[in-house]
Design a binder for this molecule. Sequence first.
Ligand code: AP5
Length: 207
Amino acid sequence: MRLVFVGPPGAGKGTQAKVVCAKWGIPQISTGDMLRSAKADGKLPAELVAKMAAGALVPDSVVIGLIDERTQAPDCKAGFLLDGFPRTVPQAKALAETLAKRGQKLDVVVALEVPRELLIERAVLRRTDKRTGQIYHLKYSPPPPGAELEHRADDHEEVVRKRLDTYEAMTAELLPFYAELGILKRVDAVGSIGEVTERVLDALGSK
Ligand code: AP5
């Protein structure tokens, strides 16, 4: 199964992706995580660090290259879940071309839908355990004692607002693109994490 999770910052893509990937034994591939990891290793060019810090997208060519390489790894043979890629129609077209060259295609694109006013709180109070990558929320999914928590540099309110603006501007054409291909499933992502998981699995026909 080759899946894409689309949704605004804080919609729960990473949270739900971890559940689906554990259930199906496929890798979660997050371009945001890949970029943050390159930054932590000092390998992300300064202009891209600045773009992420400002809540802007990095150039299509950068993420297309990352995904092209990553999806050829042996652990992607049985499928994969792309979390946060594609975000633009050029990225979606490049992905379709890459997969077509390998005789593959996407099966489902899940769009997680959450109203803007809920997203700010979700992102600003997010914390991630830097040892395990587990995502927590200080109010809705509190971390256990002893977790080594990180607060993402782009999770401060003014940057989250910019990321939401960027999402709305850049992805306005992406959902119609996938709707036209007949592979888009819209999921109401308001509710508890468990309730949203049920809806996601339902949309994927895997309850
Ligand atoms: P990226 O890392 O992809 O960030 P994002 O898309 O903004 O998404 P988030 O990680 O913020 O949110 P999420 O939907 O995964 O939510 P989560 O599950 O963590 O991208 C970061 C940056 O990298 C971009 O701004 C851009 O610069 C660059 N980039 C990445 N991909 C790119 C691309 N393709 N093209 C160009 N640039 C790219 O949940 C959020 C919080 O809410 C957590 O605390 C969680 O515990 C909580 N939560 C989740 N679900 C619920 C629920 N149902 N109820 C209550 N709380 C919940």
